[in-house]
Design a protein around this ligand. Structure first.
Ligand code: ADP
Ligand code: MG
Length: 290
């Protein structure tokens, strides 16, 4: 049976917005000296709005957005929600899509009226050796905007830039963690410039960007191998392997079911600052027992 003090703390934890799924993980939290954060949906709200559409072919801004949104209707990624909402706000009608597929960590594809459309990452476009306006791309990325590329039959028809909102509580959490000697790290699938921009906003100095889902777990393993006692904090399907690999997995409550099912602790209020609360409670609880 669980010691009484632990049972009591689990309910105190619940009152503080923490759902403890694994008590061993809760106990471990007091030992942490590094915390890895996913970017999109964790340090940021994951609520994207389209800020720029840059056509590079014969199609207009609305047409580029319309093609992208048609395919994105089938995706649950926060980028997809941003693209679809923005198309709807512009009153664009979204066509039917067939043969939808997602390309893990890189984007999506499908067919609109038997024409192949992709909405993909800069990494994908670089791998395909497609040329684009790199100056404009860099300018948007340096403003912290996530840029995706719209391809038709493997040819670029435009870029779509989206902005997310940094969680104010993330910035506060990082400051407190640093004061406590806990090292914060960012691990994201998004591109390096956007990652650096967000990292700067919240005060993180160690950043791993353009990391594919399986490599997120490998990266956590490397951090562990360096001797860190590390927690992973994330929200996405792509974070699940990393959540499972870390010494402690922490999921954002507003995140995907897969992330929550994999985590030891869920931040019910989706507030990254509750990581601090978790560590405090773990220390208080297990100090009493000794
Ligand atoms: P993150 O760690 O930011 O959640 P993901 O691994 O989910 O990253 O995605 C990595 C990159 O792949 C995104 O930044 C984007 O460029 C691209 N991508 C993923 N899903 C989509 C989508 N539905 N539409 C467009 N691009 C996508
Ligand atoms: Mg995420």
């Amino acid at each position: 049976a669980a010691p009484l003090v632990v049972a009591v703390s689990t309910s105190i934890a619940a009152k503080n917005g923490l759902l403890i799924r694994n008590r061993v993980g809760f106990e471990y939290a007091r030992n942490l000296n590094a915390i890895v954060f996913d970017k999109t949906g964790t340090l940021t709200k994951g609520e994207f709005g389209v800020t720029n559409i840059v056509p590079s072919g014969e199609y207009t801004k609305d047409e580029v957005l319309q093609f992208a949104a048609a395919i994105e209707q089938n995706s649950e990624h926060p980028i997809a929600t941003g693209v679809v909402n923005s198309a709807k706000e512009r009153g664009l009608k979204l066509k039917q899509v067939t043969n939808f597929e997602s390309i893990a960590g890189k984007g999506i594809q499908g067919q609109v009226e038997s024409v192949k459309i992709n909405v993909v990452s800069p990494g994908y476009v670089n791998d395909q050796n497609l040329s684009y306006d790199t100056d404009h791309f860099n300018e948007l990325s340096e403003e912290g905007k996530t840029v995706v590329f719209v391809l038709m039959e493997d040819q670029l028809i435009g870029m779509v830039a989206l902005a997310d909102i940094v969680r104010e509580t993330a910035k506060e959490a990082i400051a407190v963690l640093k004061e406590q000697g806990i090292h914060p790290i960012m691990l994201t699938g998004d591109n390096k410039k956007v990652a650096d921009w967000v990292a700067k906003q919240v005060g993180i100095d160690e950043v791993y960007a353009e990391v594919l889902p399986d490599d997120k777990a490998n990266q956590i393993k490397k951090i562990k191998d360096k001797g860190w006692k590390v927690a992973m904090t994330g929200d996405g399907v792509n974070d699940a392997p990393a959540l499972a690999t870390a010494n402690l997995g922490i999921a954002i409550g507003a995140g995907t079911d897969v992330a929550m099912e994999t985590a030891d602790v869920i931040l019910v209020k989706s507030n990254p600052h509750d990581v601090v609360t978790l560590i405090d409670l773990s220390k208080k609880t297990y100090r009493k027992m000794i």
